[in-house]
Structure formats: structure tokens, C-alpha cells
Design a protein around this ligand. Structure first.
Ligand code: ATP
Ligand code: MG
Length: 427
């Protein structure tokens, strides 16, 4: 027993260990391929940003800024800093700072951890991961449709067929202003059913009041004036342009006039992909258009649209479907005896890796029995044995672990200098 006390990890911040971590890597690799297929390029921005980037970019009266941010004053220089709660503001800041949109629009993605101080539960963590995709400088609706078709393809690639698309249009600032006045009047009329948060927000961010999950407020929210009904011809044409392209591609959607999204900066297109298979946290992906944000953060005005996928929720869904089989640690497991056996095995393993095979040399216990147990648990296709007899003969014993070798043998003796080629041809 150690005399030292354990230090636990933080609430709501998960460790991911093998074999689950292999699933993350699989998902990340698949996602990178999928994004490359549409010409999206990676951008990496810092986890820490000035707090004012998020208060301005996300909006003061939002869940994130009001109560979810990890913010602190850097004691070394008194700067107010925040761990990014989402990617968009940082990506836009970076694009402005590096004059990245000066000659053409850009398709960008980022993937990594974001931080929100929320009550942890299934599908809701304090450090979680997002795949964030942004099309900067495109007015749409063609690119809005492209983003949604991309997502439909990702669900197909992952074999997920029960994620449905909800769509809305938030119009333009003037349309929102007209709706806002009508909405505030409606909220004032029903002030008796509003909870404390709703009362606080009814004048500062009335649209967000409709986003409530409070059951006692649902009737009031359902009867509220719909922003969609305030849209002018141009906004409607944008929405219809998007719908026509989704229809072309056979992507199903429903108009949800109450969909407003958590962030302040959206206009026109907003959407969410939702499933019933994740309990209460059923939103896998949310996105929308934010034509005002680049200017709001000090850049030359340019339209933009994007989305963020919650990776924990996506992985949860994916693993519900996936087979139980843990991914293999290696393709070849090398067992050995004696110092000379170990040294020969290590050299052979390097030659296998030269040939592109994933090889693992046993380390630790010396008995063959326990080495075979490890070989089996590793998921390797074959074990290579280097004992005294093998060293004397200059040939390894290859034992096929999952099934007999492609030529029907369960076990074969293969000269050391032939080993890499022999295995490469059969694995
Ligand atoms: P919610 O309504 O569930 O709080 P949100 O509107 O705050 O979601 P976004 O800011 O749109 O979420 O983030 C995009 C995606 O990130 C969400 O659709 C969800 O899949 C995921 N997500 C959001 N918050 C968390 C969290 N605390 N833990 C894990 N995933 C999250
Ligand atoms: Mg939230």
C-alpha cells in the first residue's frame, strides 16, 4: 500500500482508456476522411482565449456565458481568460487576426475538447469534444445545404439511421426585431407562468425563453408568435433554397419554428440533428448561419455558416450499434525465451514493422504459457515464437491464433529472413 493519498480526476471530466480510446481514434480517422471528401481544412486554435471574445461572440444573456464558462483571472498578468466553451468564436477570431478570408471564402474544421461547467450526466460533461465545421464567407443557401448533406453522409458512414433533422429560419435582424416586440408582449401577458430564468430573460433575450425545457411553460411557448411568420421574401427564399436542395438529395427534415439554438449570433438557417436513443441529451449536432459574427468580432463583414457535433454523444450512439469485439492491439505477438530469444524477437519485430505490420514483443513474465495468454488477449492474428529450438534452427514458429493460416496450417516454421514476407502476405 502506498503511503500517499490518491488524487481523483475532476467531476464531469472523463478519462478514456483502451479499448474505448481506440474507438475514438477510429471515429477521428473516419471524420477526417469524411471532411477531406468535402474539401474542409483543419484549423487549430488555443484552448484559452480572452473572456471578452466569448462574452461578445456568444452573447451575455446565454446559458454558456451566464453560467457555464471556466473563466479566471491569470494571477501572473491579471488577464481575464476562458477555456473555450465552443469553437466558433476562436476560429472567427483567428480568421480575422490572420486575414484569412482576404482572397476567398474558406471551409474549415476543428476537433477537440471544449469546456462547460454544467451538471454532469449521461451525454453532458464538463470537458467534452466537438467536431466543429465552419464555412466562412459563403452566403448560402447552397453551402447551408452542403453542410447538412455532409452530416447525412456521416450518419450513413456510421450506420446511424435514426437521427432526424429539425430546421428553422431565424430571419434577419429587422425581422427579429419585429418578432421580438410581439414576443415580449406575449411573454408579458403570460408572466404568471414564467419561471425565474424566463422572467430575467424576457426583455434581454426573449427568443431564448422559448427554448425552455420547463414543462409548465410549454403551452405558453407553443402559443407564442413564431419568428418564422415574420420572415420577409428574401429570408423565405433563402429557406426555400435550402429546402429545395435537401429535397434534391432526399434528405428529410421537419420545420421546427421553436428551434432557436443557444447562441445569440445566429440568423437565417438554424438546425439540429436529434435522436431518441440518448435519453434526455438527444441533440447530436447543432448548427446555423451567423452572418453578423465576423463583423461583430472586428472583421470585414462576411457571411458564414457552421455546425458542431458532440463527439461523446455520437460515439455513444455508434457504440450502441457496434459489435462488442475489442480492437486488436497488434497483428503479430512475439513470444520468446532467454536473453538471446528476446533480442532476436526484438530485431524481428523491427523487420515486421518495416514491412508495415503492427507487432508487439512480449515483455515481463517469462513462461510460454503466460506469454500465449497475452498473445491471445492481444487480438493478434499470429504469435511468433522464438525459443531455444528456433534460435538453433534459424527459423521462428508461427502459430495462427484466430483461424488457420490462409494456406491451411495452424502452425508453421518460417526462416527468420522470410518471416516478414511470410506474415505480410497472410495478414
Ligand atoms: P444542449 O441543449 O444539449 O445543452 P447546446 O445547445 O448547449 O446543447 P451546442 O452549443 O450547440 O449545444 O453544442 C453542440 C453539440 O455539443 C450539442 O449538440 C451536443 O451534442 C454537444 N454538447 C453540448 N453540451 C455538451 C456537454 N456538456 N457534454 C457533452 N456534449 C455536449
Ligand atoms: Mg447547453
Amino acid at each position: 500500500m502506498s503511503e500517499f493519498k490518491k488524487v481523483a480526476g475532476l467531476t464531469g471530466m472523463k478519462d478514456t482508456l483502451p479499448p474505448e480510446s481506440a474507438r475514438w481514434e477510429e471515429l477521428e480517422a473516419l471524420v477526417r476522411d469524411w471532411l477531406a471528401g468535402y474539401g474542409y481544412q483543419n484549423m487549430r486554435t488555443p484552448v484559452l482565449e480572452h473572456t471578452r471574445l466569448f462574452t461578445r461572440g456568444i452573447g451575455e444573456v446565454t446559458d454558456i456565458v451566464e453560467k457555464e464558462m471556466y473563466s479566471f483571472v491569470d494571477p501572473l498578468n491579471d488577464e481575464r481568460l476562458t477555456m473555450r466553451p465552443e469553437f466558433t468564436a476562436g476560429i472567427v477570431r483567428s480568421a480575422i487576426e490572420h486575414n484569412f478570408l482576404y482572397d476567398r471564402p474558406r471551409r474549415i474544421y476543428a476537433m477537440g475538447p471544449v469546456f462547460r461547467h454544467e451538471r454532469p450526466q449521461r451525454g453532458r460533461y464538463r470537458q467534452f469534444h466537438q467536431i466543429d465545421v465552419e464555412a466562412l464567407g459563403f452566403p448560402g443557401p447552397d453551402v447551408d445545404a452542403e453542410l447538412i448533406l455532409m452530416l447525412a453522409r456521416l450518419w450513413r458512414l456510421l450506420g446511424l439511421n435514426d437521427i432526424r433533422l429539425e430546421l428553422n429560419s431565424l430571419g434577419q435582424p429587422a425581422e427579429r426585431a419585429a418578432h421580438r416586440a410581439a414576443l415580449i408582449a406575449h411573454l408579458e401577458k403570460h408572466v404568471d407562468v414564467l419561471d425565474e430564468e424566463a422572467r430575467r430573460r424576457m426583455h434581454s433575450n426573449p427568443l431564448r425563453v422559448l427554448d425552455t425545457k420547463n414543462p409548465a411553460m410549454q403551452d405558453m411557448a407553443n402559443a407564442a408568435p413564431r419568428l418564422f411568420d415574420f420572415l420577409g421574401a428574401e429570408s423565405l427564399a433563402h429557406y426555400q433554397g435550402l429546402c429545395a436542395r435537401l429535397d434534391d438529395a432526399g434528405v428529410a427534415y421537419t420545420l421546427n419554428p421553436r428551434l432557436v439554438r443557444g447562441l445569440d449570433y445566429y440568423n437565417l438557417t438554424v438546425f439540429e440533428w436529434v435522436t431518441d436513443r440518448l435519453g434526455a441529451q438527444g441533440t447530436v449536432c447543432g448548427g446555423g448561419r451567423y452572418d453578423g459574427l465576423i463583423e461583430l468580432l472586428g472583421g470585414k463583414p462576411a457571411p458564414a455558416v457552421g455546425f458542431a457535433i458532440g463527439m461523446e454523444r455520437l460515439l455513444d450512439l455508434w457504440l450502441q450499434d457496434a459489435s462488442e469485439r475489442a480492437p486488436a492491439e497488434c497483428q503479430v505477438y512475439l513470444a520468446h525465451q532467454g536473453d538471446d530469444g528476446q533480442r532476436r524477437a526484438a530485431r524481428l519485430a523491427e523487420s515486421l514493422r518495416d514491412a508495415g505490420l503492427r507487432a508487439l514483443v512480449h515483455a515481463g513474465s517469462t513462461g510460454f504459457k503466460s506469454q500465449f495468454r497475452r498473445a491471445d488477449a492481444s487480438g493478434a492474428a499470429a504469435a511468433v515464437i522464438i525459443g531455444g529450438d528456433e534460435l538453433a534452427a534459424g527459423a521462428a514458429t508461427v502459430k495462427w491464433l484466430r483461424a488457420d493460416s490462409p494456406d491451411g496450417a495452424q502452425q508453421e516454421s518460417v526462416a527468420f529472413d522470410q518471416l516478414a514476407q511470410y506474415l505480410k502476405q497472410r495478414i
